[in-house]
Structure formats: structure tokens, C-alpha cells
Design a protein around this ligand. Structure first.
Ligand code: AP5
Length: 193
């Protein structure tokens, strides 16, 4: 299996680049944000619980997200690999993912982090909010809250993977195709020979 993590703040282009990466490398896309929004649209108990956190720009509790990732992983037995997008977002989630990788006798090959300035991120998210229907994209206060949560809870995850020698930062501003090429160059260095 070949597993990648696409890391970066809200609006950095994880979803955009994930679509291209899963196609190129034949991976299963595991976006915790998308899975949570699916639960919300089906009005499941998990979705109703998650919505209260997401609308405020807060993280959904670790145990909820970790359980969801575990069952998604099990549903896709036989996958060539996974592209994790928006997960892990806390050190507790990163530790849970390490354990899951050991249990499944696989590992994370690389973590690619998209770096984008905050003003550009706000612009992208407010712009997307005009059409996305995402409640967390329309209010700049909620968007700023998401950045604060990213700084406090998610940046320590980068340290976790830096220590493991798996972390590659990439400039996430510029053309989508240019950024995709830079990501692929980083990923290709970790492909099994
Ligand atoms: P999630 O859905 O993961 O959202 P996010 O991390 O906030 O990221 P976004 O989807 O907003 O941005 P992105 O980086 O994917 O960028 P995109 O490609 O869309 O999470 C939402 C919420 O769910 C969280 O706040 C939390 O509550 C909860 N949640 C999710 N996972 C969780 C977890 N693991 N634990 C706990 N809670 C969790 O691009 C953004 C915009 O920019 C688009 O309009 C795009 O077209 C545009 N764009 C992309 N690339 C470029 C470019 N190069 N130039 C110009 N514009 C660009």
C-alpha cells in the first residue's frame, strides 16, 4: 500500500489537489471533511453532532473522527493506498493513525504540506462561500476561528511527522497545475521502486 497525507490550513487547496492526486496515483481519497458533510446531509446522529462543531469552526471530537476513519479504511480493503485529506488534525489523531497503520501492516509514505498566506486563504474561502453552501465559509469570524484551531491544534501534527522525516512543505500559491507538479515531484521520491 502507498499512503499519503495532504496537509495544510483551511483553503490551502487540499481538496483541489486531492482530486488530481487520487487519479494520478490510483489512491482512495479519505477526506474527513467530506465524510462529515455526507453524514450531515443524511442527518445521521453523527452528522447532527458534528454540525454543531463545524458551524462554529471547531474540530469534531477525536473519537468521532477516528472511528469514522477506521470504518472507512475497513470498507476499502484491497485499496492500493489512501490519500488522507484533512486528517490527522490533532496529535491524538496522528497517534491513532500510526496505530491503524501498524494494525494494517502498512505505513505513511509521505506528508506533503501546502503553505499559503492567511490573506489569500480568507479570500479563497469567502469566494467559495458564495456558491459552496458550506456554512463555515460564509462568515469571516468562523473562517478566522478555523485558522486559530489550525495553529493551536493542527500545527503540532507537522512536528510529529517532521520528527519521523516524512514532512515536505510545498508553496501552495500559484497555478493549480504548477502546485500539482511540485507535489508530484515530492511524492515521486517516496514511490516504492
Ligand atoms: P475540511 O472539509 O477538512 O475543510 P478545511 O481543512 O477547512 O479545508 P477546506 O475544504 O476549506 O480547504 P482545502 O484545503 O480543501 O482547499 P480547497 O481545495 O477546497 O473541514 C471542515 C470542518 O470539518 C473542520 O473545520 C472541522 O470542523 C471538521 N473536520 C474535518 N476533518 C476533521 C478532523 N480530522 N478532525 C476534527 N474535525 C474535522 O480550496 C479552497 C478554495 O480555493 C476553492 O474554492 C478552490 O477552488 C480554491 N483554490 C484551490 N487552489 C487554488 C489555487 N492554487 N489558487 C487559487 N484558488 C485556489
Amino acid at each position: 500500500m502507498f499512503n499519503l497525507i495532504l496537509f495544510g490550513p483551511p483553503g490551502s487547496g487540499k481538496g483541489t489537489q486531492s482530486d488530481k492526486l487520487v487519479e494520478k496515483y490510483g489512491l482512495v481519497h479519505l477526506s474527513t471533511g467530506n465524510l462529515l458533510r455526507e453524514e450531515i446531509s443524511q442527518m445521521t446522529p453523527l452528522g447532527i453532532e458534528a454540525k454543531a462543531f463545524m458551524d462554529k469552526g471547531q474540530l469534531v471530537p477525536d473519537e468521532v473522527v477516528i472511528g469514522m476513519v477506521d470504518s472507512y479504511f475497513d470498507k476499502h480493503r484491497g485499496a492500493k493506498g489512501f490519500l488522507f485529506d484533512g486528517f490527522p488534525r490533532t496529535v491524538a489523531q496522528a497517534v491513532a493513525l500510526d496505530k491503524l497503520m501498524v494494525k494494517k501492516k502498512t505505513s505513511i509514505a509521505a506528508v506533503v504540506a501546502l503553505e499559503v498566506g492567511e490573506d489569500e486563504l480568507v479570500k479563497r474561502l469567502l469566494n467559495r462561500g458564495k456558491t459552496s453552501g458550506r456554512s463555515d465559509d460564509t462568515d469571516e469570524i468562523v473562517i478566522r476561528k478555523r485558522f486559530a484551531v489550525y495553529r493551536n491544534d493542527t500545527t503540532p501534527v507537522a512536528v510529529h511527522y517532521r520528527k519521523a522525516g516524512k514532512f515536505t512543505p510545498i508553496v501552495g500559491e500559484g497555478s493549480v497545475d504548477g502546485i500539482f507538479s511540485a507535489i508530484c515531484s515530492a511524492v515521486d521520491q517516496h514511490l516504492p521502486s
